[in-house]
Design a protein around this ligand. Structure first.
Ligand SMILES: Cc1cc2nc3c(=O)[nH]c(=O)nc-3n(C[C@H](O)[C@H](O)[C@H](O)COP(=O)(O)OP(=O)(O)OC[C@H]3O[C@@H](n4cnc5c(N)ncnc54)[C@H](O)[C@@H]3O)c2cc1C
Length: 384
């Protein structure tokens, strides 16, 4: 019998985890997706259904992460980037901070609810004047005298913002030696969304409609000592590791998004006739489609390699940055070709092609703008 190969088998469309996840998303997400887009959020029962199906508690590390990589790709393949972002921020990107750096008590309390879909997680790092440059954050936490803090500041572009049960928040802690315009002196706090002084205001975006993106204001919010996450002296290390993980997840989601887009494109150019012949009878159309399909094969293979590296505890900044950079740019290029070859029917408000096009534009900005990722690729050596 051929031994199980996590990289090759993960590529297989008939992999049992892929079949199970795809069927679950087809049942639990796709019938409701347009309604969630209109509501600009995943509703409570949607979160619970995903939790009941085990899709919010898949492994964040270790060998089981290859199954999670399949889920992330399949979330991308739904063609709804807002839904994929909401779920991924909740079950992967924010959950990762808790899983890696939380105390056993924090993990037991909060991760159990995240997995069940009963408490939504959000990540509050960015601010109106601090996105790429997180060292410029001004949200500050004043000691309250009992080991806890009072948190004051303004966070921007927070996915799952209005329905979050808690935020993983980056802030300047006034108890730690600080250096101006540096992450020294910053730390992570777990902020309960129902604490006094928390206010979330929707920040409607061009795309990613179901992602519930919000501005979140903290006005002297009490944060008890047991809600400090990890050791603030290690904030930079936590952030680098977590951003690498976030970029791995974003790359897998975007690879799935690009695959969905190519399915739309390929089906259309073969079936749509102009001047009595299918569009694909034109060499330029065939070659554009083939170039995108070939690039997708390469990006998917690299995505699976990156997932495997993470599963083995060997994900590095160069690999995560390269994947996120290439996968999101492929998704944007595929969306542009898809719109062009669909003609006016793809430009119709509410069409799947229009949604893919506006959603893909966010991929090259979020989880680290792609210019920053190019700098990181330039500055780091390829893993040997
Ligand atoms: C849909 C969406 C969802 C988001 N969700 C979250 C979330 O849940 N939590 C959260 O904390 N944040 C979230 N963000 C914020 C996201 O992380 C930031 O948008 C991103 O880090 C870029 O920061 P910025 O938008 O402030 O752009 P800036 O840092 O102001 O940069 C503006 C632009 O300048 C260019 N640029 C930046 N650096 C360089 C460089 N070195 N060289 C050349 N050009 C450069 C890039 O093109 C960039 O887009 C979200 C954003 C979007 C759009």
């Amino acid at each position: 019998m051929t031994p199980f190969d996590p990289v090759l088998d993960a590529l297989d469309a008939h992999h049992p985890v892929r079949a199970r996840v795809r069927a679950a998303l087809a049942e639990l997400v796709l019938p409701h997706a347009d309604e969630w887009e209109r509501a600009r959020r995943i509703p409570e029962q949607g979160w619970r259904a995903l939790g009941d199906a085990g899709l919010l508690g898949m492994p964040l590390s270790g060998d089981g992460f290859t199954d999670s990589a399949i889920l992330l790709e399949e979330l991308g393949r739904t063609g709804y980037a807002g839904i994929r972002a909401g779920v991924a921020v909740h079950a992967f990107m924010a959950a990762h901070y808790l899983d890696r750096f939380g105390t056993p008590e924090q993990r037991a309390e909060l991760l159990a609810d995240v997995r069940a879909g009963t408490r939504v997680a959000a990540l509050a790092l960015s601010e109106p004047d601090a996105g790429t440059d997180l060292a410029a954050i001004t949200t500050r936490a004043e000691p309250d005298g009992s080991g806890g803090y009072r948190l004051t500041g303004h966070k921007a572009h927070v996915a799952n913002g209005s329905q979050a049960g808690f935020y993983v928040c980056l802030a300047r802690l006034r108890t730690v030696a600080a250096r101006p315009r540096s992450l020294a002196g910053c730390g992570f706090l777990l902020v309960d969304a129902d604490a006094p002084g928390v206010r979330a205001t929707p920040e409607p975006m061009l795309g990613w409609h179901s992602a519930d993106v919000c501005e979140v204001t903290f006005d002297a919010v009490p944060v008890p000592a047991d809600r400090v996450l990890g050791n603030p002296a290690r904030t930079l290390t936590y952030l680098v590791e977590s951003l690498d993980f976030e970029r791995l997840a974003a790359g897998l989601l975007a690879a799935g998004g690009a695959a969905h887009c190519l399915d739309l494109l390929d089906g259309f150019v073969r079936g749509h006739h102009v001047g009595g012949a299918p569009l694909s009878a034109n060499q330029v159309v065939r070659h554009t489609t083939a170039d995108l399909a070939a690039e997708l094969d390469l990006v998917r293979s690299y995505a699976h390699l990156a997932a495997l590296r993470h599963a083995r505890g060997r994900l590095d900044t160069r690999t995560a940055s390269t994947l996120k950079l290439r996968a999101t740019e492929l998704a944007a290029n595929a969306a542009r070709a898809c719109l062009q070859y669909h003609g006016a029917r793809g430009y119709r408000e509410g069409s799947a092609v229009a949604r893919v096009h506006r959603d893909a534009a966010a991929g090259t900005i979020t989880a680290g703008a792609n210019e920053l990722l190019r700098d990181l690729v330039f500055d780091t050596a390829a893993p040997s």
